[in-house]
Design a protein around this ligand. Sequence first.
Ligand code: HSE
Length: 300
Amino acid sequence: SSVRVFAPATVANVVCGFDILGFAVEAPGDEVLMRRTHKPGVTIRRITGDEGRLPLEASRNTVSASVEFLLQHLGREEVGLEIELHKHMPIGSGLGSSAASTVAGLVAANELLGSPLKPLQLLPFAMQGEELACGSGHADNVAPALLGGFVLIRSYKPLDVVRLPFPTELHCAIVYPAVHVPTRDARQLIRSKVLLKDAVTQWGNVAGLVSGLFLNDLGLIGRSMQDVLIEPVRAMLIPDFYRLRELAHEEGAIGFGISGSGPSVFAFAPDEHRAAAITARLRQHLLSLGINSLGYVSAI
Ligand code: HSE
């Protein structure tokens, strides 16, 4: 028997919610094709769309490694699983590329085993996959990739995950400038201490953003999408970040910021048409700087 599972790209942090907020888009996403075999153990048969960059060795690949964690937990190490991974988004892009693959793999394995776990119970294994991929087991990509929509990680210890509502008209423009920013490096830049006055600004914004999602208040959502802690440091990894922000706002963006750890940037727009205009404008500007890019427009 075999299954095919799709898991979406995700935007982590959502500007002010470093490591605690994330949402899934409808597309792009990665696909895992998995089948049971007679030979025990997890093997990767084929990976496409990664330009040969991902390891095929089962213990080093986040998809197979997280499935191995799952099999160990369930005491099902006798099971044989063979994986084909089809990547449809760039690696190291800030779009939750490793999270999408890992989640697709875990959902596929769980299904082939007769669904012993509920989706939320797969989260700790997906976080172990993230730890392997970038040295940190954050959940703000894997949780929305697994559950869909907007997700808050209220606490890591113990894990407390909350699905948030969001305005249905909300669309997302995403632009990936083709420069490489590994999450591991982008995390090392961040200072570990913050000033109280900055913390006050930040938690005001997080509360404002979450309130805006509940109240369907696009203005409040936009006003709250400010980050005084992480963005000032990471902005330098992204070509002409502040100009991109101005251009997004000129095209009617509700809010703009770095997607995950970058270099992708994203903006919220009140409809698909405006999201497409933002994507086009940002890509045109990057091209004028000699930087190739990919652009996506999606509902949430
Ligand atoms: N919250 C994580 C970070 C997301 O910003 O490092 C990584 O995609």
